[in-house]
Ligand binder design. Sequence first.
Ligand SMILES: O=C([O-])C(=O)C[C@H](O)[C@@H](O)C(=O)[O-]
Length: 333
Amino acid sequence: MSDGAPLRITDVTITPVAFRDPALLNSVGVHEPFALRSIVQIHTDAGLTGLGETYADELHLERLAAVGHEIVGLDAFATEELHQRVQRVIDRVGGSGGSGLTGMITTSSTVDRVVSPFEVALLDIQGKAIGRPVSDLLGGAVRSAVPFSAYLFYKWAAHPGQEPDEWGEALDPDAIVAQARRMVDDYGFTAIKLKGGVRPPEEEIEAIRALRRAFPDHPLRLDPNAVWTTETSVKAGRALEGVLEYLEDPTPGIDGMAAVAREVPMPLATNMCVVAFDELAPRWPSTPSRSSSPTTTTGAGCAVPSCSPASATPSAWACPCTRTRTWASAWPR
Ligand SMILES: O=C([O-])C(=O)C[C@H](O)[C@@H](O)C(=O)[O-]
């Protein structure tokens, strides 16, 4: 339907959403009783609407609202101008605090995190305007279907003071297998991921082995959210040779991941490295080829500048943001 004329943004609607979240455990603690997200809708003078989705803490919502006003009148194809206007808004209202993977440090900038849902909504509008899927705007689809993985969590039966949920407590390998059994039987998942970094690494390895016995044909993945040292990561990776399809974010930072990738038999995956544009170029030539990196703009990493992934060296693992724990440690929660 595009005739070359600008598609002007006429209005932006931001809708906060809260939904119940069970007492799921991860490397930084426990999920809150409600997960907060927001839906960004951009409307245009051609009647096309684009959708984006993002965090919804108060500071992030204030920034989204300010950007919503700032981009009225903008052409839906002007994503560079979007970036500049978001930068101006953040310069004005401030960019510290708020948003990110809950409790996890992120290296992606506030500007990137605010730009993201608006950029996605604009791409949605662009695709509708030219009658093509957004994947065509980004170079073309590389697959036509994506299998979903069951996503297992260690968990409490309930948030403090609340009634147990229908899934109950899961703090040992048997309970993790039972959780997987129910997910596979009820929903038909053909792959299984365990969110780790919660129990001692030996126990998480045991849980993965128990899953392998119970599900001999399902690809298995383990994600301790970068809370292990490189040494622990290597030990765990080697212990799970032939069992794990891939190990996700075992340790913090690009150099740490590279050190692990050199020593373990399986590929690594990450949503915590390469989450900011300035992590791309300098790293490109030296990024280990065995580290598969499905990157997102919402991942977490190390935010202390002196020991950010871009500057980290193996000796920087003692920096306060790494949160790594060794094989023999007590892993208190
Ligand atoms: O692998 C993942 O999905 C993540 O690292 C992000 C999630 O927020 C996860 O850590 C969680 O929900 O606890």
